[in-house]
Design a protein around this ligand. Structure first.
Ligand code: GRF
Length: 217
C-alpha cells in the first residue's frame, strides 16, 4: 500500500520530527516523511532529517520581501514534492489564511497544552502560574486563528508540585512524541474526517485511538 507522503515544517531542534521519522521507520507505518522544510538554516532538525536520508529545504522568510513570497515558496515546494499532509513541528512562523486555506484539512500542528487552554507561547510557565493540575499536548488541524482547529489527538499530563517550566516541558514533550505519530497514523489510515469543525475517527472505539492519559512512565 502506498504510504501517505508527509512534509514536516520546523524551525528548531526537531524532536517531534524525530518521533515521526522513527515511527515511519517501521514498515507497517502508513506514512513517510518525504520532505523537511526549515525556516532556519541552523535548525537542529535538519541534521536529523539528513541522517535519515530525507530531502531538506531551507526557506527563510528573510529572503523574501513579503510574507506572500515566503509562503508561496513553501507551497510550491510542497506541491512539487506531491505532499499529502503537512505537519508543523516547532515551526515558528505564523501562516497566513491564504496558506492555511490552501492546505485546509491537510495541515496539522502540535501544541504543548490541552487546547483550547493555554494557546500561544510560554505555555508551561503559564500552566504553573495558573495552578493547573493537568496539562498536556494537542495535535490539531490548523485554522487561520493561532492554535485553533479541530482536535485529532490529545494527551493529558500531570503537573507535579515540584515542577519548573523546564521539567514540565520535558514531561509534556515525551507525550508529544507519542501523540504526533498516532495522529499522523490515523490520518494516513484514512480514518479521519472533519465534520462541523470536529474530528471524527472511523472505528475509534477504544480511548487509546484518540487520546492518552498520563502516558509517561
Ligand atoms: C514542541 O513543544 C511543540 O509542541 C511546539 O514547539 C516545540 C517543538 O519542539 N510547537 P521540537 O522542535 O519538535 O523538539
Amino acid at each position: 500500500m502506498a504510504r501517505l507522503k508527509t512534509a514536516v515544517l520546523i524551525s528548531g531542534r526537531g524532536s517531534n520530527l524525530q518521533a515521526l521519522i522513527d515511527a515511519a521507520a517501521h514498515p507497517d507505518y502508513p506514512a513517510e516523511v518525504s520532505l523537511v522544510i526549515s525556516s532556519q538554516g541552523d535548525a537542529g532538525g535538519l541534521q536529523r532529517a539528513r541522517a535519515a536520508g530525507i530531502r531538506t529545504e531551507v526557506i527563510n522568510h528573510r529572503a523574501f520581501n513579503a510574507k506572500q513570497g515566503f509562503e508561496a515558496s513553501i507551497d510550491a515546494t510542497l506541491r512539487g514534492a506531491k505532499v499529502d499532509l503537512v505537519c508543523l513541528a516547532g515551526f515558528m512562523r505564523i501562516l497566513t489564511p491564504w496558506f492555511v486555506e490552501r492546505w485546509r484539512d491537510r495541515l496539522i500542528n502540535i501544541h504543548p497544552s490541552l487546547l483550547p487552554a493555554f494557546k500561544g507561547l510560554d505555555t508551561h510557565a503559564r500552566v504553573l502560574a495558573a495552578g493547573a493540575r493537568f496539562t498536556g499536548c494537542t495535535v490539531h488541524f490548523v485554522r487561520p486563528e493561532m492554535d485553533e482547529g479541530p482536535i485529532v489527538v490529545q494527551a493529558a499530563v500531570p503537573v507535579m508540585p515540584t515542577d519548573s517550566p523546564d521539567s514540565l516541558a520535558a514531561r509534556v514533550l515525551a507525550a508529544e512524541h507519542r501523540c504526533y505519530p498516532l495522529a499522523v497514523r490515523v490520518i494516513a489510515e484514512g480514518r479521519v474526517r472533519v465534520r462541523n469543525e470536529l474530528v471524527e475517527i472511523a472505528g475509534a472505539v477504544s480511548p487509546a485511538d484518540v487520546m492518552m492519559f498520563n502516558p509517561v512512565g
